[in-house]
Design a protein around this ligand. Structure first.
Ligand SMILES: CC(C)(COP(=O)(O)OP(=O)(O)OC[C@H]1O[C@@H](n2cnc3c(N)ncnc32)[C@H](O)[C@@H]1OP(=O)(O)O)[C@@H](O)C(=O)NCCC(=O)NCCS
Length: 223
C-alpha cells in the first residue's frame, strides 16, 4: 500500500516509491513525449510513468501510454483522472475512474523550510499571517502551503484548462484533522455540473516528506 493512498479516496489507485524504482521503463510513445532530457529528469519521468501505468493497470487499463499535453499535464485515458508527483527520493502516481473521482492532484515535497523569498510568492497576506503566528511549532507550514497549492493546481488544470496562480487560492489548514480547505479567490471550478469556489485537501507528514492531495469525489448518480 502506498503512503500517499492514506490521503486519497478509496476509489483511487495510488502507487509510490521511496528511492530509485528498479523496474522503471518508458513506452516508446512516452520516451518520444519527453524528448531529450538530462538523466535525472529522464529518471523521474520514467518513474512517474511506470507508476502511472501500474495504477492504470489496476484500474483495468493495461499497456496504455501516459503522454503529455501542451501544458505538460499527464494525459490519461478517457474516463480516468490522475496525477503524478516526484521529488528527491520519492515518486507517486494516482489514477481513478472519473465516475468516482472528478478531479485529483497530489504533491510530495521534502519536509523543510521553503528557500528564502519563496513564501512571499506563494502565500497571500492572510496565509502568511497564519504561518507567522505559528513559527516555532515544529511544522514547516510554508512548505505545506506550497505543496497544497501544487496539488490544487494539478487537480484544477485538467478541468479548467487554464492557469491558476498562487494568489488565486487561499488555503486554511485544519491541523487537528490533517486537512485543508481552499477558497478560489477570483475563479470558479465546475465539477459535477456545479460551480464551486471551494476545494478540499488532505496532508500527511511521513519519513521527512510532506504529502498533500486534493480530490473531488464525483457526484452520486441521481435516482
Ligand atoms: C506544474 C506544477 C504544479 C508541478 O509541480 P512541482 O512541485 O513543480 O513538481 P512535481 O514533481 O510535484 O509535479 C510534476 C508533475 O506535475 C504534472 N503536471 C505538470 N503540468 C501539469 C498541469 N498543467 N496540470 C496537471 N499536472 C501537471 C506532471 O505529471 C509532472 O510530472 P511529469 O512531467 O514527470 O509528468 C508546478 O511546476 C507549477 O507550474 N506550479 C505553478 C502553478 C501553481 O502551483 N499554482 C497554484 C494554484 S493555487
Amino acid at each position: 500500500v502506498s503512503v500517499i493512498s492514506a490521503i486519497l479516496p478509496g476509489a483511487a489507485v495510488a502507487l509510490d516509491t521511496f528511492g530509485e524504482l528498479e523496474e522503471a521503463s518508458l513506452l516508446p510513445e512516452e520516451a518520444a513525449a519527453l524528448g531529450s532530457a538530462a538523466e535525472p529528469r529522464r529518471r523521474e519521468f520514467m518513474a512517474g510513468r511506470s507508476l502511472a501505468r501500474g495504477a492504470l493497470a489496476d484500474l483495468g487499463f493495461r499497456g496504455v501510454a501516459v503522454l503529455r499535453g501542451a501544458d505538460r499535464e499527464p494525459l490519461w485515458p478517457d474516463g480516468v483522472v490522475g496525477s503524478i508527483t516526484h521529488c528527491k527520493g520519492y515518486c507517486a502516481a494516482v489514477a481513478a475512474r472519473a465516475s468516482c473521482v472528478a478531479a485529483v492532484g497530489i504533491d510530495a515535497e521534502i519536509d523543510d523550510d521553503l528557500p528564502n523569498g519563496v513564501l512571499r510568492i506563494v502565500a497571500r497576506d492572510e496565509e502568511r499571517d497564519w504561518i507567522d503566528a505559528r513559527r516555532g511549532d515544529g511544522m514547516h507550514w510554508d512548505r505545506l502551503l506550497f505543496s497544497a497549492k501544487e496539488s490544487i493546481f494539478k487537480a484544477w488544470f485538467p478541468i479548467a484548462r487554464r492557469w491558476l496562480g498562487f494568489a488565486d487560492a487561499t488555503v486554511s489548514f485544519d491541523a487537528d484533522r490533517g486537512r485543508f480547505s481552499a477558497r478560489l479567490v477570483a475563479q470558479r471550478l465546475v465539477v459535477n455540473g456545479c460551480e464551486t469556489d471551494r476545494v478540499e485537501g488532505r496532508y500527511l507528514l511521513h519519513r521527512g516528506y510532506v504529502f498533500t492531495s486534493v480530490a473531488v469525489e464525483a457526484a452520486a448518480p441521481q435516482p
